[in-house]
Unconditional design. Structure first.
Length: 106
C-alpha cells in the first residue's frame, strides 16, 4: 500500500499549472491538467533538468533545459515512447492533494 503524503491544496494548483513538490525526500513534479492531477519524477532523464519548472501544454510537459517532452499521464516521451519517467499515484482528499511514490521508485 503506497504511503500518500499531502503536498498542497487543490487551490494551490489552478488548471494548467504545475511545480515541484517534495514527497518523502524526493522531488516530484505535480500538475493540474483540466482539473485532474498528475505527478511524475521531477528529474528529466536527459540531463537532470527540473520538469516541475517546465512549460505545460495539455498533458505534455516540456523540460526547461533542452526541451524534451513527456506526457504527464503516461510518463512517455511522445517522440520516443521507449524513454519514460516514473508516474506517481495521486489522490484528492477533501481539498488536499496527496502523492505517493511508486513502489519501485529509485
Ligand atoms: S535536461 Fe531535460 S531536456 Fe535536457
Amino acid at each position: 500500500m503506497p504511503e500518500f503524503v499531502t503536498v498542497a491544496t487543490v487551490e494551490d494548483f489552478p488548471p494548467g499549472t504545475g511545480r515541484t513538490v517534495e514527497v518523502q525526500g524526493v522531488w516530484i513534479a505535480l500538475f493540474n491538467v483540466d482539473g485532474s492531477f498528475y505527478a511524475v519524477d521531477n528529474t528529466c532523464p536527459h540531463a537532470g533538468g527540473p520538469l516541475g519548472e517546465g512549460h505545460l501544454e495539455g498533458h505534455v510537459i516540456e523540460c526547461p533545459w533542452h526541451g524534451w517532452r513527456f506526457n504527464v499521464q503516461t510518463g512517455e516521451r511522445p517522440e520516443n515512447p521507449n524513454i519514460t519517467i516514473a508516474c506517481c499515484p495521486v489522490r484528492i482528499e477533501g481539498n488536499q492533494v496527496q502523492v505517493a511514490l511508486p513502489e519501485n521508485f529509485t
